[in-house]
Write a protein that binds this ligand. Sequence first.
Ligand code: S3P
Length: 424
Amino acid sequence: MIFEKANHLKGEVTIPGDKSISHRAVMFGALAEGTTEVTNFLQGADCLSTIDCFRKLGIEIENTPEHILIHGKGLHGLQAPSSVLDTGNSGTTTRLISGILAAQPFETTLTGDASIQKRPMRRIMEPLSMMGADITSVKGNDCAPLHIAGAPLHGIHYHSKVASAQVKSAILLAGLYAEGETKVTEPTVSRNHSEIMLRYFGANVRTEDKTAIIQPEPLLRGQQIKVPGDISSAAYFIAAGLLVPGAEVCIHNVGINPTRDGILRVAQAMGGDITLLNVNNDGEPTADLLVRHSALHGITIEGDIIPTLIDELPIINIMAACAEGTTVIKDAAELKVKESNRIDVMAEHLSAMGCDITGTDDGMIINGGKPLHGAVIDSHMDHRIAMSFAVASLVADGQTRIKDSDVVTISYPHFYEDLAGLTR
Ligand code: S3P
């Protein structure tokens, strides 16, 4: 797809549902007794992979434009699938479902697309094995396909080396079935949607500083879930609103959970004019964001804030490229093991657009303020790379061509239409 510089960006946009919360609503709804109704569910390919896997595990799920209905069968109601479970491009599906499957009285094989088959699974295989799980990498390379033979589990206290909500959630889900209590301590607290939603369904989960603690065998009951808009998707409109001269955008119903809101804190620290309106603290907090064009300056982004904006670092790179001065990003080695190696891919393609960027072992250094020009960008089949460069193209001279641009269906199927709606 070809993109051109925008001389105008104004209007309102309502962001589709949060990807992390949509996945969890289906999974926890499947493990609850009775029906769970989910509204504003993200109809992205990743969340559809989760639905597909749970249907194969015997759960009836109705997907209509109005809502999703999950007819849960309780903690012990899943059935052996008659084929391999395909998690597509979704790391969240792969890792979270592994925690559930580890405790089922049947065997499963789990696989996904070429990207998933390269992503590290040792990080869940290790703690789940410590809990008694029988989980192996079929090719012996610590990646999917994974073979999981259900086994009796026991609680552990796991000290995770990475701040990863996928790892934490896989362990907590296994903990639903384990004998005794299960604890996960992280180096920095990662997104806490599992803890919030499991509690909402009736699980006994508590947090003490950087440790999440779960008790086994709760009675989970079907619930109504209103999924907030995904701040990771809103991030592209935040950046576009800040970067395009004269822009003013109102982004409606954005989830602003403090474990996810690093993009707001960073954008404001860079000089971004963002006002939060209609803040609602009922359950997962939400707000409308009013974003106005701003002169940005470089900053250092490191430490505890990193997990709260890990998926937003590609678009933060674009903001940094347009900001005056130097932006240094550290402590973000996890970028190397996302849907693509986001350090290498961002460094390669932002350089091609004229930016002074150097990839490092755990982040990047960007000397911003040089004019960007159009280039040919390979999305590397990574939705966040495609959306980041679509925003970069709005402030770049000439044309930008993004290869495999339709990969945005993973998390934001109507992204290009929504962006074009603001530049018309
Ligand atoms: C997610 C957690 C994060 C994030 C991913 C979604 C989740 O991954 O990057 O897009 O829903 O739990 P890690 O847990 O691997 O950091």
